[in-house]
Design a protein around this ligand. Structure first.
Ligand code: ASP
Length: 401
């Protein structure tokens, strides 16, 4: 793993240099297209291999984790604690980002006019829908479609039934399968450095640097709000309740964070997050395999922060004054939207459409920030994964007591 980390960092740095050079060097359009196509294939191969493992890892590790529990009420406690922490931190994230964005007021210089705002977008999922959607119609369909909340629901039920019926052989089967699938992960990770090189250089080769400069203020406010959330919410929580030193946290989670940053997908990062938590923080299987996939599905603090700042930015750009009711609406919608968001690239910005719709802001505003969203997606996904890991470590600590 040590060598792997080093190689990943090398792949990442080379990708950065290569991507920026492609962008700056005067290449023929056709040459540039060719290089980007090769990078895309390399990056996609890596992403597909990792994504392929997400559902089997979550299913087998959670079922085996629960099947090994002797007392099932432990699981109930873990569930209530983690969901409360996830929702509480998301609430802080969105509220903090709204306050921060209002202090710095990005977007004031734009002076845009609202034209026809007739693009319709679906309503945010209601609480009812969110809850009902957790129960699968057919668990096999949920596995095939990779519907994480439904897979979690079914795995818990199955694991509990195995634990109650005391079928030792079945528990052993799931434990063994879990070990084997983690081995498949270790083997697959061999290609990670090259995959990350391709992903990073493609991003930096395709996104013009000019658009970043134009939206520097928006970019800065979102990045700074993400940073503040980590410093003032995550780090104190991890130090006080998780009893883990800040340096140790980042050191132990660095692979997962680099993965999150490079793939912009908390879901695709699940296998690495699990591995880091179990190996470097001795988080118990039953806790990690429950909190991490759940977090990657419902806990998106970084996304909520982006949505808060983006809403203020778009309101400013179009000269719209938001009322207190609007702000409350944004807090509620963003929290619900983040629960309903899958941890895959670019979903946050789609969900932003729902938030804008809710407070009557023009959806065209999304186009303003689309150019820099690719980069912010990387940062916020790393924050999303830090949040999941923090909760996992805290719950592990509290369960030890
Ligand atoms: N890419 C983010 C994630 O996977 C979601 C988003 O904000 O687009 O965590």
């Amino acid at each position: 793993m040590k060598n792997l980390t080093k190689n990943i960092l090398i792949g990442f740095s080379l990708g950065l240099i290569f991507g920026i050079s492609i962008n700056l060097i005067n290449l023929d359009q056709s040459e540039k297209k060719f290089i980007i196509e090769i990078l895309s294939v390399g990056g996609e191969i890596f992403l597909k291999v990792i994504k392929m493992l997400v559902v089997p890892i979550v299913f087998f590790s959670l079922t085996s984790g629960v099947a090994n529990l002797n007392e099932l009420n432990t699981l109930g406690k873990i569930g209530i604690k983690s969901i409360s922490l996830y929702i509480l931190t998301t609430f802080f994230a969105i509220t903090g980002s709204l306050i921060f964005a209002n202090l710095l007021d990005p977007g004031k210089g734009f002076n845009l006019k609202i034209e026809n705002n007739d693009i319709t977008i679906s309503e945010p999922p209601s609480l009812n829908e969110v809850i009902l959607n957790i129960i699968p119609n057919n668990p096999f369909e949920s596995l095939v479609n990779g519907n994480m909340l439904q897979v979690i629901f079914f795995a818990i039920l199955l694991g509990s039934a195995i634990s109650i019926s005391k079928k030792k052989e079945l528990t052993k089967f799931f434990n063994d399968f879990n070990l084997v699938i983690m081995k498949v992960l270790s083997i697959s990770l061999i290609i990670a450095p090259v995959g990350i090189f391709c992903l990073i250089s493609r991003t930096f080769a395709t996104q013009g640097l000019g658009s970043i400069i134009e939206l520097a203020k928006y970019f800065f406010v979102v990045s700074f709000a993400l940073f503040l959330h980590v410093i003032f919410i995550y780090l104190p929580l991890i130090r006080i309740f998780g009893k883990v030193k800040v340096i140790k946290f980042f050191n132990g989670m660095k692979e997962a964070l680099i993965f999150a940053f490079s793939t912009s997908s908390s879901s695709a990062t699940i296998p690495v997050t699990l591995e880091n938590l179990k190996k470097n923080f001795s988080v118990k299987d039953k806790i990690a395999s429950f909190t991490v996939p759940l977090g990657a599905t419902i806990n998106m603090d970084g996304t909520a922060i982006m949505q808060g700042v983006a809403t203020v930015f778009i309101a400013n750009a179009y000269g719209v004054d938001l009322s207190i009711i609007d702000y409350l609406n944004i807090i509620l919608t963003s929290t619900l939207a983040s629960i309903g968001t899958a941890g895959v690239p670019g979903v946050g910005i789609i969900m932003l459409g729902m938030v804008l719709n809710q407070v009557g802001l023009p959806l065209e505003g999304i186009a303003l920030i689309m150019g820099v969203d690719r980069f912010l997606d990387m940062l916020r996904t790393a924050v999303n994964v830090s949040g999941d890991s923090m909760v996992s470590i805290i719950i592990n600590k509290s369960e030890k007591k």
